[in-house]
Design a protein around this ligand. Sequence first.
Ligand SMILES: *Cc1c(COP(=O)(O)O)cnc(C)c1O
Length: 384
Amino acid sequence: MIYLDHAASTPIADSVLQEMMPYLKENYGNPSSIHRFGRLATKAIESARKRVAELVGASPGEILFTSGGTESNNTAIHGIMNQNKSRQLITTSIEHDAILEPCKKLESFGFDVVYLPVDSTGLVDLQKLESTISEKTALVSIMLANNEVGTIQPIVEIAKICKKHHVLLHTDAVQAVGKIPVNVKELGVDLMSISSHKINGPKGIGALYIRTGVTLDPFVLGGGQENGMRSGTENVANIVGFGKACQLAKENLDENSKSLENLRNYLVQRVSSEISHVTVNGNKDKLPNNAHFTFLGVNGEDLIIKLDEHGVAASTGSACSVKTQKASHVLLAMGFSHEQITGSLRLSLGISNTKSEIDQTVDSLKVIVAELRSVSPFKAKYGF
Ligand SMILES: *Cc1c(COP(=O)(O)O)cnc(C)c1O
């Protein structure tokens, strides 16, 4: 199989699994215990926290471990807005469901939530942001990089606008971390979500960066772990694995980013020159591992099933919305027609993909697209 769905999840790196194993077996102590088993677990957690902090330019005390990107987003949104009843949250119409769903919940509680529009490349309108911010605004949440089309938002500019108006800024950086440089101080964000399984770490672990001085209402109450911010016995093995994945991501960022971009550019160049009636989506400044296409006259889901038969794992977009059969809210917000949305395909590359895998994928795509178009209802319209 050729795996081209790294925006959905990635394989655990060997060295990550290796570091986790002792904490799944002999080092099983509870970090809250005073004996040496407990101290060993605490030490492992704190060294992982340091690695996570180092990857994003934070200090360890600013890193809260969570169960992943989804929980980090929920913690940030509810944690801030709970302290700001009757105030406003500004976000965008292209966020991950892990932002949009908590926002909908806030609206049901009577909060004012504004969803900023984006242009056809998925970029947020900064003037619109500035004209929307008011005394009422408590929090702005805008993703760093989009999970479907890979568009990178100008967070530095956005942070300047938020600072000027004394409004907190949260960013969902789950897709960006490990692909582009992500430094909380350089970005100027107050809160930032990251996830382990998108960077070759285990699933079910992530972190929320909380800038020193920012306070949140805790979400999960109990034994007071994580400084009282998230109770429950720590997932030590996952935390250790996440720490190792962050260390690898930091060490190899430049090299990974360059090789992913080269491979992606090769893929895009072959597809756009060898297949007709195809558009390449997203902005110029996008994630180095994301390729997003629209093949006119083709149904993306048929494409994915056929690709799977050819041994290629791909996606139409976000893993979460495929099962609910909803048209992509990201592409709708970018102004795509239903026909364009239907023909969309996301190929997201990972560090283990090779040029020959890309060649095989493009060769399969050419055959499959031609096959699907030969029976397409749009055959006459486009003259396939
Ligand atoms: C995957 C993803 C999430 C969810 O992270 P989990 O760790 O799977 O909960 C949130 N936001 C974005 C942009 C993602 O790609």
